[in-house]
Design a protein around this ligand. Structure first.
Ligand SMILES: CC(C)(COP(=O)(O)OP(=O)(O)OC[C@H]1O[C@@H](n2cnc3c(N)ncnc32)[C@H](O)[C@@H]1OP(=O)(O)O)[C@@H](O)C(=O)NCCC(=O)NCCS
Length: 194
């Protein structure tokens, strides 16, 4: 069957894969409590950049969000991924392949790190593994990382993982305070970066 005409629900997507220090897997019902705990610990950092973290979601709200993400994973409309430390089993952050266009085979990688695991290269490691996963398992033609132009820590992840800055979209979105902001668009595309 032509992969460009296939109904996405038929596309096989592995549930889990590994990098050297991390187990990276799709969400399952019951993950809400661990996500809540990690978000609560990290709220002071997340709230600057993630609108949903302005008010920390309750355990129940986190579980609702996880279950919705599970359903989206099953229908292949969005791939939310949790990052677990292989040694401690702790949830160290979250990532995923979002805004999927299966026809183009295009995905946007998002991420946040649990504060106690920041500054140790875990997100860089996860982005490298997820990029490889998207290329090998999902035949990605284009991967994007988008971030607020002032979010230097996020931009450094994109640069460290070999993404190319394509441009800056001016007045592209509003930030968590409702003010206009610019968006940096980084990408890796088949034929250029891989
Ligand atoms: C963006 C964010 C995930 C980056 O987290 P981070 O901890 O800086 O990223 P990494 O896990 O890749 O760690 C990289 C840092 O660890 C250091 N490091 C230590 N060991 C390392 C290793 N083995 N490999 C790579 N880097 C390592 C790096 O030098 C780097 O520090 P530096 O930027 O001060 O030079 C984090 O700031 C965050 O969650 N922000 C809030 C949410 C957010 O903005 N998300 C992105 C939205 S677009």
């Amino acid at each position: 069957m032509n992969i460009h005409s296939i109904d996405p629900i038929l596309i096989p997507v592995p549930e889990s894969f590994e990098s050297s220090r991390l187990q990276i897997r799709s969400v399952v019902w019951g993950d809400g409590a661990a996500v809540h705990e990690a978000v609560q610990e990290s709220a002071a950092e997340l709230r600057h950049w993630m609108p949903w973290a302005r008010q920390v979601p309750s355990v129940e709200e986190s579980e609702v969000s996880i279950r919705r993400s599970r359903l989206q994973f099953l229908e292949r409309s969005d791939i939310r991924l949790l990052l677990f430390h292989k040694k401690t089993g702790q949830l160290i952050g979250s990532s995923g392949l979002h805004r999927i266009d299966w026809r183009v085979r295009k995905f946007e990688i998002g991420y946040w790190v649990r504060t106690s695991y920041a500054g140790q290269g875990y997100i860089t490691e996860a982005v490298n593994a997820i990029t490889e996963f998207a290329i090998q398992e999902l035949q990605a033609n284009r991967l994007e990382i988008r971030c607020d132009s002032r979010n230097t820590r996020s931009a450094r992840v994109a640069e460290r993982t070999g993404f190319t800055l394509e441009g800056i979209l001016r007045n592209d979105k509003t930030d968590v305070q409702g003010n206009l902001r610019d968006t940096m668009v980084y990408s890796k595309v088949r034929g250029a970066e891989y």
